[in-house]
Design a protein around this ligand. Structure first.
Ligand SMILES: [Zn+2]
Length: 443
């Protein structure tokens, strides 16, 4: 399948500089040199045969081995240009990164152009309320409630200091509603699972809530249930923003619902999955961020799957860069049917979305043919809900699937602070699912 993506004039120049500097002088990429067919080959082909940069590589080469030429870590830290940040999560996920706030801010600013509401409302000095897990960003305090003034930073208000929403009380959520009315944010940025929880409470307690100009969902893939719960309470537009600590802002959902690449700030390489697993439109992305003069990452494996838009067009009229019809969730969150076909968390979610009355859920595949669905619901008839869910899951995973339904009071987030809707309890390797690249068989 060929795509006719258009890129800004300097996109290939930045791509070339990033690759050649990496190969020429940056220690983390020394072992990549043998793969380079040479400067006479088209740049995309050169990129295509390169390995992916993993979190393991970052751990191995951090920080000097990933530093652009002419930079000195000590100087950067002392001048305040950079700091080190740790991402939370399991041992495999955990990594320390070089954080360059100035670059992050300009990367974010460029992403606003990709959504008409953000472009209109975001000035860079607009008040913004942030409802995210403080393990990801913000100020954590699980023992003492912090007053509003202590949760303010520049133009931001951090709405919760709690590291798990299982400890949110009604008073805690009443405080959020009250503070939204006082602070009047132009944009509300939120983890969808956290915002959905607040929305369930607002809906149930029949309260009125301040309406921001735009809700930006980030850090997690929103589920259909999250959207439903959020829309019951907020009537402003929502947009999902996709990026990572390592790569900055990569995709932004436009007002028409598709995702556009932040081409000014990153190159994205797409690797399709095998046809039997959802390819060639479903695949993983490797991101090469531009303009970060303190951190040289090339083909970083962000660990996520996306679905390319089949038409390469969008109703909004934007036609620069890759167009993605949906983010499909992390590879770490995929499950398999009984016959071994990959199911992305979005595919699972779309199947379950016909159910009524689910607040949250989590599906764990314990064995190749066994699945446990944890459901948090306020429905009275849990028996019927469970039976319907079993029928849906057998349709998706196969009639031989052993499905256990477990009703829970709440579904707790992972150690990373993020909510995860599905996973296998046995290891999977992405390489087994990627369409084989003939140029790569030499590796
Ligand atoms: Zn669009």
């Amino acid at each position: 399948m060929t795509h006719n993506w258009k890129f800004p004039p300097d996109y290939y120049q930045h791509s070339q500089e990033m690759l050649e500097t990496a190969l020429d002088v940056i220690p983390a990429y020394r072992s990549w040199r043998v793969f380079d067919p040479g400067k006479n080959y088209p740049l995309d082909a050169r990129y295509q045969v390169m390995p992916a940069l993993t979190k393991k590589d970052i751990r191995q080469f951090f920080p000097e081995g990933l530093l652009p030429p002419g930079k000195n870590i000590q100087n950067g830290l002392e001048s305040g240009a950079i700091s080190f940040v740790n991402t939370s999560g399991t041992t495999d996920d955990k990594v320390t990164n070089i954080w360059n706030q100035k670059w992050w801010d300009v990367s974010e600013k460029a992403s606003w152009k990709l959504n008409a509401h953000a472009a209109r409302l975001a000035t860079g000095s607009h008040p913004e309320a942030i409802l995210v897990n403080p393990l990801n960003v913000g100020i954590a305090s699980d023992t003492v409630d912090l007053p509003l003034a202590e949760r303010r930073l520049a133009r931001f208000l951090y709405m919760s200091e709690r590291t798990s929403y299982s400890t949110w009380t009604n008073q805690h959520m009443d405080r959020m509603i009250r503070e939204l009315a006082i602070f009047q944010p132009v944009i509300l940025e939120a983890n969808p699972s956290l915002l959905a929880k607040l929305c369930r409470y607002i809906d149930e307690s029949k309260q009125k809530v301040f309406q921001p100009g735009l809700i930006v969902l980030t850090y997690e893939n929103p589920t259909n249930f999250h959207y439903r719960q959020i829309r019951r309470v907020f009537n402003c537009p929502t947009a999902s923003s996709y990026g990572t600590t390592e790569t900055g802002y990569v995709f932004m959902q436009c007002e028409d619902g598709k995702f556009h690449q932040n081409t000014e700030f990153c190159r994205v390489d797409f690797q399709p999955l095998k046809k039997e697993h959802g390819g060639p439109l479903l695949g993983r992305i490797l991101v090469t961020p531009f303009h970060n003069e303190w951190y040289h990452l090339v083909r970083f494996d962000v660990g996520d799957l996306v679905r390319l838009d089949e038409t390469d067009k969008c109703g909004c009229g934007r036609d620069i860069g890759m167009i993605v019809s949906a983010t499909e969730g992390r590879f770490a969150n995929v499950t398999l049917t009984c016959s071994g076909k990959l199911v992305s968390s979005r595919e699972l979610d779309n199947n379950l979305s016909v159910l009524d009355g689910i607040d949250e859920y989590k599906l764990e595949q314990t064995k190749p043919d066994s699945y446990e669905l944890h459901i948090a619901s306020r429905e009275q008839d849990k028996q019927k809900l469970g039976e319907t869910a079993v029928a849906i899951l057998k349709g998706l995973y196969g009639s031989a699937a052993n499905i256990t339904i477990l009703h829970e009071r709440i579904i707790a987030p992972e150690v990373s602070g993020k909510y995860r809707i599905s996973k296998t309890l046995f290891p999977l390797k992405i390489e087994d699912y990627l369409e084989e690249n003939p140029l790569n068989t030499q590796r």
